[in-house]
Write a protein that binds this ligand. Structure first.
Ligand SMILES: [Zn+2]
Length: 121
């Protein structure tokens, strides 16, 4: 279950980002997930619950946002984005495409109070 290790990495990154603010109350974490990342939503939610217990993320909400799959057409070189498979070039309808993105999982933003503003990148 790679969701646990991914979530562990997300919490580490969030903790590092929040460190300068001292004591904070985290309301939510927004994580962007590519369709090719092979994330099972139930396992991801479980990892969030399990790893947030007893820490600064306890009681926070996990918000996930889907990323597109990006690809480059091997026939006409067009780059395009798609929400789902199969990948077909929107210009020339070729199916010979090279996937260039869509397997990313990353922390997009943190909503917290005390110091007020959300961290975004
Ligand atoms: Zn094409």
């Amino acid at each position: 279950m790679h969701e646990l290790s991914l979530m562990d990495g997300i919490f580490s990154r969030a903790e590092a980002a929040l460190k300068p603010y001292g004591s904070v109350k985290v309301n939510s974490l927004t994580v962007r997930i590519g369709p090719l990342a092979n994330i099972m939503p139930a396992a991801f939610d479980f990892a969030f619950e399990a790893l947030s217990a007893g820490g600064i993320f306890e009681g926070a909400q996990l918000i996930t946002e889907p990323l597109p799959i990006t690809a480059r057409c091997q026939a006409c070189d067009r780059e395009f984005a798609s929400r789902a498979l199969p990948l077909i070039c929107p210009d020339c309808a070729a199916r010979e495409v090279m996937v260039t993105g869509g397997d990313e999982v990353y922390l997009a933003s943190i909503d917290f109070n005390e110091e007020g503003e959300a961290i975004a990148d």
